[in-house]
Design a protein around this ligand. Structure first.
Ligand SMILES: NC(=O)C1=CN([C@@H]2O[C@H](COP(=O)(O)OP(=O)(O)OC[C@H]3O[C@@H](n4cnc5c(N)ncnc54)[C@H](O)[C@@H]3O)[C@@H](O)[C@H]2O)C=CC1
Ligand SMILES: O=C(O)[C@H]1O[C@H](OP(=O)(O)OP(=O)(O)OC[C@H]2O[C@@H](n3ccc(=O)[nH]c3=O)[C@H](O)[C@@H]2O)[C@H](O)[C@@H](O)[C@@H]1O
Length: 429
């Protein structure tokens, strides 16, 4: 099938490279010329395992990128993979989606045959049909259901394992308003669905939109609950990891997403939980549990720095921060808990020296005044204390020998030799 993808960020680039890998012909439409150039040169514009080799394999043949929306006319289906950030007040900001839908609609005005537009971005119920649809109709001059079809296909991939998650998902969700749209999506995903180990959920557009928010709200709530239980475990001098490992043996609960510590960050959980809270309030419902889920998460970085301050006078102290990305395997630092840790440390007068295997250059522009090291050992050299903010596997079994004082506060439960340290504190164990 001939597919276009509008927006070539973490989702759009991954989906494009994977669809090309599944045998489709894919065009990325993107406003950032650097991204377009990278893809056309066969290079990955982001750090994602398995992505670079797929782009290199398909660029110039079945995968290309362009800044020109008109190229969507050569395709049968367009996926909107545009950002849906949060506004100042936490609510969903649809300005970029609206602008993208306008450009797409204008381009489709000159297309004669049928076209399917699929919203893949995370959007609140009603957005696809009441916001995107009317813009497409107005700009293209074609009515939905009369040559123009609309669908919603939420994406559940995680950063760091995006390629694997897209190609081998637990479930695929199609929200459609017509049999034709559902059939097109089934064809497109056929190589994945035919393997037989992926559940297919076929539903209406509104339910598909809400499934995505419910999924993320559930996972974020699970981690906040695990963190609250971890905080309580620490008060009792109990090890939350042992406790929750046992709890996870209950099939109804599951062992996954049970790692307590510094909390959840990233480009999705924070904005999606906030959008759902704001949306719920707009609908007249007070989401008290989700408010608490955010409140518990917001406190973890301060708790970590308090633990360190109990052992090190932070004023003027040299503190190594290990890990900057919001989780291992990615260079994404959006809403990373590590940045909150740095803010608390610098507010309290510490001199921060940070290290991350891939994310330093993303942090540097916003944090020009902290120090950066070339290696974990370099960050630790001469430090009066260290905090572990991201559980990069490279930090396992690290030597803390070069520190002035080996005081280590761990927000992620990495593997290390506690006995070799002067002080070791785990945030929730
Ligand atoms: N990042 C993730 O792991 C996941 C994200 N999502 C959702 O997918 C959507 C996209 O997220 P990301 O890929 O992370 O965003 P992103 O910010 O990484 O990428 C968006 C891309 O769209 C481009 N863009 C902006 N305006 C444009 C326009 N008018 N025309 C063409 N391109 C334009 C930007 O230059 C950027 O490259 C969001 O709704 C997000 O919530 C869903 C699942 C996973
Ligand atoms: O909508 C999205 O963008 C995506 O959001 C999350 O994916 P992602 O943000 O990439 O990363 P996760 O692995 O879910 O981790 C999110 C945060 O939770 C934290 N976390 C996760 C698991 C855990 O046990 N403990 C924990 O603190 C991670 O450190 C990270 O900061 C979801 O897992 C994806 O299904 C979804 O598609």
């Amino acid at each position: 099938m001939n597919v276009s993808i509008v927006g070539s960020g973490y989702v759009g680039t991954t989906v494009a490279a994977c669809l090309a890998d599944l045998g489709h012909t894919v065009t990325n439409v993107e406003i950032d010329e650097d991204i377009v150039e990278a893809i056309n040169a066969g290079e990955a514009p982001i750090h994602e395992s398995g992505l670079a080799e797929r782009i290199a394999a398909h660029a110039g043949t079945t995968l290309r990128a362009t800044t020109n929306y008109e190229d969507v006319r050569e395709t049968d289906v367009t996926f909107l993979c545009l950002p849906t950030p949060q506004s100042e007040d936490g609510s969903l900001d649809l300005a970029i989606m609206q602008a993208g839908a306008e450009s797409l609609g204008r381009a489709l005005a000159e297309k004669d045959d049928d076209h399917l537009v699929v919203v893949k971005s995370t959007v609140l119920p009603g957005t696809t049909e009441d916001v995107v649809g009317p813009i497409l109709e107005a700009e293209s001059g074609t009515e939905i259901g009369d040559g123009l079809e609309l669908a919603m296909n939420p994406e559940f991939l995680r950063m760091g394992t995006a390629v694997e998650d897209f190609l081998e998902p637990d479930k695929v969700v199609f929200g459609t308003a017509s049999d034709e749209a559902a059939a097109t999506l089934r064809d497109l995903y056929a190589p994945i669905l035919e393997r037989g180990d992926t559940d297919l959920v076929e539903t209406d557009i509104r339910e598909a939109e809400l499934i995505k928010y419910a999924n993320n709200a559930f996972l974020a709530s699970k981690v906040s609950l695990v963190n609250e239980l971890g905080n309580i475990a620490r008060e009792y001098d109990a090890d939350a990891y042992e406790v929750l490992e046992a709890v996870g043996l209950d099939d109804r609960i599951s062992e996954r997403f049970m790692r307590s510590g510094l909390g959840w960050g990233g480009s999705c959980f924070p904005k999606d939980v906030n959008a759902l809270r704001a949306g719920a309030r707009e609908q007249g419902y007070d989401p008290e549990l989700l408010d608490a889920v955010v409140a518990v998460n917001d406190e973890q970085p301060r708790r970590l720095v308090d633990l360190l301050a109990a052992h090190v006078d932070l004023e003027g102290a040299r503190i190594a921060v290990l890990g900057l990305s919001f989780k291992p395997g990615t260079d994404d630092i959006r809403k990373s808990r590590a940045l909150d840790v740095i803010d608390h440390l610098t507010d309290r007068g510490a001199v921060v020296v940070a290290f991350d295997p891939v994310a330093i250059e993303n942090v540097r522009p916003d944090y020009p005044d902290i120090e950066y090291a070339d290696s974990a050992a370099g960050a630790l050299e001469g430090a009066d204390g260290a905090v572990v903010a991201t559980d990069w596997p490279a930090f396992d079994d690290l030597s803390f020998e070069g520190m002035a004082r080996s005081v280590v506060v761990d927000g992620r439960r990495i593997d290390l030799d506690e006995d070799a340290l002067e002080v070791y504190e785990g945030l929730t164990w």
